[in-house]
Design a protein around this ligand. Sequence first.
Ligand code: VGL
Length: 208
Amino acid sequence: MTIAAIDVDPQQTFTPLCPDELPVEGGDKIGAALNAQAALAMYRVLTKDAHPSNAVWVVNRHDEMLQPLTHKNADLTWVAHAVPGTQGFETIPGLPAVTEYDHVIWKGIEPDLHPYGACYHDLEEKLSTGLIEWLASKGVTTLIVGGLATDYCVKTTALQLKATGQFDVIVNLEACRGIATETVESACMEMKAAGIHVVINTDAVKQR
Ligand code: VGL
C-alpha cells in the first residue's frame, strides 16, 4: 500500500480570515488534522485555486452568487476568490510551505474555467491537470483526502480520483469543513455511494 495525502484548497479564501470571499466556518482550523493525516502518507499533495479576479463567473456581491451560468466550464456565479497575490490565495495557518509538498496543482487559472475537482481543468473533464498521472507514476494505491470545502472541491476531487478505478479513496471529515450542512450531507452520501470511505477522524483513517 502506498499512501498519498491530498490537501484540497486549504486556502484562506475559504475561511473566516477572508470574510468578503467564501468563508467556511472553521476552515482555518483544519491545519493540524491535515498534518496528522499526512503523517500517515508517503506523499503529500497540495491543490490550490488560482483564479483571476475578472473571471467570467465573478459577481460583486454575495447575494448574486450561486446563479446558474450557461457557460460550458463555469456552472455558477461566485464572488472573486483565491486570487494569486492576495491573502485569500495563501494557505491556512499551520501548513508546510508550498515548496515542502511533494506535488502542487494550481487550478482555475483561466478566466473562463471554474473547476471544483483537482483532476481536470474543465468541467467536461477532458483536460487533465496531471494529478492522476502523477499519483500513478509514484505507484500510489491509497488516498487520504481533506480540505475545503467538503461539499464542493473535496467532494469533486474525491469522486474524480475514485472514478479512475485506480485508487482506494478515504475522505477524512476531521480534516475538512463544508459550506452548508445540507450539501455536506448529500456530498457524503454521494461519495459513499461511489465507494469512497468517508471517515470521521484521523484515528478512523488508521483503522482502514
Ligand atoms: C469552492 C466554491 C467555489 C471549494 C471553490 O473549494 O469548495 N467552493 N469555489
